[in-house]
Design a protein around this ligand. Structure first.
Ligand SMILES: Nc1nc2c(c(=O)[nH]1)N[C@H]1C(S)=C(S)[C@@H](COP(=O)(O)O)O[C@H]1N2
Ligand SMILES: [Mo]
Length: 529
């Protein structure tokens, strides 16, 4: 028994290395999935849970090193915990399982509380923890024990238990070196991939938005109708539709990130986030919509954007004659392009920093995105913008063009019924029919509603809707019609007329290749009161 202490330090080393390996693998897998690593998630959780006084103390003591110090402490605690688990596992083999279960629980809780999806977090942490657990038990099995070295040949049942395998000091060190090496490789790999280290939420929180030179007035009551169930005039960020090709949301490191203006320009430009945010900014209310939106679909939203006017950026760069196309390129390689003249015709095309008073949400393109009023998102609204390239319309086809979508993507005039919802039964009596209508940059001048008994031969008259005021030329307008509903089945149809006097056509067209057309109709059943 007195030989035991000699091996105890190896037990501790085995535990330490196994936990280091689990942590390093978690980093690497998280980086591959481009989600927040459990290590960062635990750090975030500590910051969130720490009393305000402790946070202030840390900042005043460590200054800008507060984050590295915190992460260093967490790493140290993890390694110490691993060493203790390794030592305890000698006497009580179950301790290694318990130790990894605890590590799993802490990391998972922190990740779920943070940004990572429960499935991704659990997968990552389970896989990494399982690898660490196997390595720990393999190493422990190779450390010579004091009293009863087991002869594998005498008891084949016992020999199958990894902890009873023939101890072998050399094999232990080989294993230890291999796991240390694997941890280092995993850490370096994770660093290279980068994403996992980027705490986007923290950098979003740290940003103070500039104010517009001429801030827009608050939304006037005359613009917003209060019909229950109608789309809110401004779509809250959390409810704004999301469409992109990114499997996981790009997490941009704001320190490394630059916006470049390249191609057919006199003076190629490169901006840091701070440089961009220091330029004069403007606000604009703009409805963004997806070309894939079906008639009556929900792939659109209306927001108040804050950003640098695109013409100002182009002026800095000096657009060369003949540069007929502006291509936005995202950090993940996505591209969208539109005619240069569109950006310069007076509409509020911008490089947006903020959406509804909030730093651009990560899913909507943090740090910056393009917003071009009147164009579908697929040709204009590049999120996670890294480059604005001036070229010609002939020289480059952006992402969706070779995939069959039309070259130019002006938004078509459309209208949608929000209430009553289709296939609903409503009670007879006075009931509002309400919704939204939009017409790119042409605004909306008229909305009409028609209510006819289901399957009626004749079309009924068109009733003019009351319109909320337009926030801008480029936003949707809310509309409402009061209807005296009598029992029966009805088809309710809406059509809008844009600011140039053109009424949206009745002919149905599918979204591909240039946006859906046709009138939105819902069928409702009215029952007696
Ligand atoms: N980087 C990037 N930006 C993108 C896309 C994309 O796939 N990747 N999709 C575009 C499309 S098709 C639309 S409709 C809008 C949607 O913007 P949202 O997700 O903020 O609503 O983003 C555009 N910008
Ligand atoms: Mo889209």
């Amino acid at each position: 028994m007195n030989v035991l202490p000699r091996w105890r330090s190896l037990d501790a080393l085995a535990g330490l290395l196994a936990f280091a390996m689990a942590a390093a693998f978690a980093e690497l897998i998280a980086a591959l999935f481009i989600v927040v690593s459990p290590y960062i998630a635990v750090g975030d959780a500590v910051i969130r849970l720490a009393p305000v006084g402790a946070v202030r103390f840390a900042i005043s003591t460590f200054g800008t090193y507060d984050k590295p110090v915190l992460l260093g402490v967490i790493a140290l605690i993890t390694l110490l915990f691993g060493a203790l688990v390794g030592m305890a596992a000698r006497a009580r083999p179950d301790v290694s399982t318990f130790g990894f279960a605890l590590w799993w629980a802490v990391c998972s809780a922190a990740s779920w509380a943070g940004q990572t999806s429960a499935v991704a977090a659990a997968t990552i942490i389970s896989a990494a923890g399982a690898a660490g657990w196997v390595v720990l038990n393999q190493m422990l099995a190779r450390i010579p024990t004091d009293t009863h070295p087991v002869d594998a040949s005498t008891d084949s049942m016992l020999a199958n238990d990894p902890r009873r395998r023939t101890p072998d000091r050399r094999a232990f060190f080989a294993f230890a070196a291999a796991s240390a090496g694997a941890s280092v490789v995993a850490m370096v790999g994770a660093r290279r991939l980068g994403g996992a280290y980027v705490d986007v939420e923290a950098s979003r929180r740290s940003i103070t938005l500039p104010s517009a030179r001429q801030p827009l007035p608050a939304v006037p009551p005359s613009a917003a109708l209060d019909t229950p169930g109608i789309s809110p005039l401004i779509t809250p960020n959390a409810e704004f539709y999301r469409i992109d090709t990114a499997l996981s949301v790009p997490r941009v490191d704001i320190e490394q990130w630059r916006l470049r203006i390249t191609g057919m320009v006199e003076r190629p430009q490169e901006f840091t986030y701070a440089e961009l945010a220091a330029m004069p900014v403007e606000e604009a209310d703009v409805t963004l919509t997806c070309v894939s939106n079906e008639v009556g679909g929900r792939l659109l939203g209306n927001a108040r954007w804050l950003g640098i006017p695109l013409p100002a950026l182009l002026e800095r760069a000096g657009v060369r004659a003949g540069a007929t196309q502006i291509v936005g390129r995202s950090v993940d390689g996505f591209t969208a392009g539109f005619p240069t003249e569109v950006a310069l015709d007076g509409r509020a095309a911008m490089v947006a920093l903020a959406m509804n008073g909030e730093v651009l949400p990560t899913e909507h393109g943090f740090p910056v995105r393009l917003v071009v009023p009147g164009l579908y998102g697929y040709v204009s609204a590049t999120k996670w913008l890294a480059e604005i390239q001036l070229t010609t319309l002939e020289a480059f086809d952006p992402y969706w063009i070779p995939r069959g979508w039309s070259r130019l993507g002006p938004i078509k005039t459309q209208s949608r019924i929000d209430v009553p919802l289709g296939r609903k039964t409503i009670v007879a009596g006075r009931t509002p029919i309400a919704g939204i209508a939009w017409g790119g940059i042409r605004s909306i001048s008229k909305v009409e509603v028609r209510v006819v008994p289901a399957n009626a031969k004749d079309d009924g008259p068109w009733l003019p809707a009351r319109l909320g005021d337009a926030l801008s030329q480029s936003t949707w307008r809310q509309w409402v019609v009061e209807w005296d509903a009598l029992p029966g089945d009805y088809d309710i149809t809406v059509r809008a007329t844009d600011g140039t006097g053109v009424t949206q056509p009745a002919d149905r067209a599918a979204p591909a290749p240039s946006g859906a057309t046709g009138w939105h109709t819902v069928r409702v059943t009215v029952r007696g009161a």
